[in-house]
Ligand binder design. Structure first.
Ligand code: ADP
Ligand code: MG
Length: 388
């Protein structure tokens, strides 16, 4: 956990003459299951993590918003009244984009100073970007003496990511960052944007995040390819079922019926999406029933589908899942996030953690350039603001 006293001291050192008045906590997230379903109108099942991005914020006497990130050791600034277009350094586009979206929403951002310190790994597939957007938005709202309803806040943060970071993300990351609830996952319907908090009865189990610390470049170029493949498969299905609007409306049986009409790759991509949407529904059901072994089986099913059918895993993520599968007391494991690196998650009995760590040290760390970082996480509340 971040120590508020240290955050305040650091703020005063960086911005002499300015006093912090607000602190904000904006969590990272893990998607428990439902990967690459969001842009196919499907379901996702994320939870907010106990690891979060923290902001200390105070008002300033000039007309600027200045933001310091400890991750880069850099301060960026822009006029509060006119944040301007995207620019450099790249990370500055998140706070700048959020300020601009607030302005468009009718909130007048006020001059201020923001110190950002994050426990969420950057670019690791646990959504440091949404934590940054939501953290900045809440800090700027607090400085402006205003608030926004959670769904509007999430949508605004997503627009900032679309327009200022150029990333066409779905709604999951910003929604869970804002709407997370301690001890719960969030079943989110990406078609209707309706959601339901589902209890996460971990009891004697824990959820471990394994960061491979690698990010293969392939990710950004393959993402649009997968979207195209899903659309191509959908076109085949629509010839027989014109009422179908997205892969969300397709059952495995419907897909099998047109298998002969499409190439194997297109079929495999669609098969992943259709079965993953089904797995996500079943996983939420398993949680409601407290059936964690079943939840674990669905996690493995999700991983093997992402790896074998959807082609978005990598040797590092596959190795983590294989190693975890060999450890007694592990219920399930899968890659989380878009893939091609980043993090995997493991659901395991608490006593299994030392054996898992030992197995990773023995079979993973020796094989790959970067050691796997393992940390336990819990389902936490969504982002919040506190007055100092
Ligand atoms: P993810 O959201 O999975 O972590 P993204 O590529 O979507 O990965 O977002 C990572 C980017 O977000 C970083 O490259 C950086 O620009 C920005 N970012 C995230 N956290 C911070 C931070 N604490 N300070 C500055 N920029 C950050
Ligand atoms: Mg992101």
């Amino acid at each position: 956990m971040v120590n508020t006293g240290e955050l305040i001291d650091r703020f005063r050192g960086l911005f002499p003459g300015t006093e912090p008045v607000w602190t904000v906590r904006a969590p990272g997230r893990v998607n428990l299951i439902g990967e690459h379903t969001d842009y196919n109108d499907g379901f996702v099942l994320p939870m907010a993590m106990s690891q979060a991005l923290h902001v200390a914020a105070g008002p300033a006497a000039d007309d600027l918003i200045a933001v310091h990130s400890t991750a880069y050791g850099q301060t960026v600034s822009f006029p509060a009244a006119d944040p301007g277009p995207p620019g450099e350094p790249f990370w500055s586009n998140y706070p700048r984009g959020v300020a601009e979206m607030l302005r468009r929403e009718g909130v007048r951002p006020r001059p201020g100073r923001l110190l950002i310190h994050s426990e969420v790994p950057l670019g690791g597939g646990v959504s440091s970007s949404a934590a940054l957007e939501v953290g900045c938005a809440l800090a700027m709202l607090a400085l402006a003496g205003q608030s926004l309803d959670p769904v509007r806040l999430a949508m605004l943060a997503r627009r900032a990511e679309h327009e200022y970071a150029g990333s066409p993300c779905g709604i999951m990351d910003q929604f869970i960052c804002v709407l997370g609830r301690a001890g719960h996952a969030l079943l989110l319907d990406c078609r209707t944007q309706t959601f339901e908090h589902v209890p996460l009865p971990l009891a004697d189990r824990e959820l471990l995040v394994v960061n491979t610390q690698v990010r293969h470049e392939l990710g950004s170029s393959e993402y649009p390819v997968r979207q195209r493949q899903c659309r191509a498969g959908l076109e085949h299905i629509r010839r027989i079922h014109p009422e179908v609007r997205s892969l969300r409306d397709v059952t495995p049986a419907m897909l099998k019926a047109v298998q002969r009409d499409m190439d194997e790759l297109t079929f495999d991509r669609c098969w992943h999406v259709v079965t993953e949407i089904e797995r996500t529904r079943r996983a939420a059901e398993a949680l409601r029933e407290g059936d964690l072994p079943e939840f674990g089986r669905l996690m493995y099913g999700s991983h093997f589908s992402l790896s074998g059918k959807y082609g978005v895993s990598c040797p590092e993520l596959d190795a983590v899942v294989e190693i975890a599968r060999g450890v007694p007391g592990v219920d399930g494991a899968r890659m989380t996030g878009g893939g091609f690196g980043g993090c995997a998650i493991v659901l395991a009995h608490r006593e299994a953690e030392p054996a898992l760590r030992a197995a990773l040290a023995r079979d993973y760390d020796r094989r790959f350039a970067h050691p796997a970082l393992v940390y336990a996480t819990r389902a936490a509340d969504g982002a919040s603001v506190a007055r100092l």
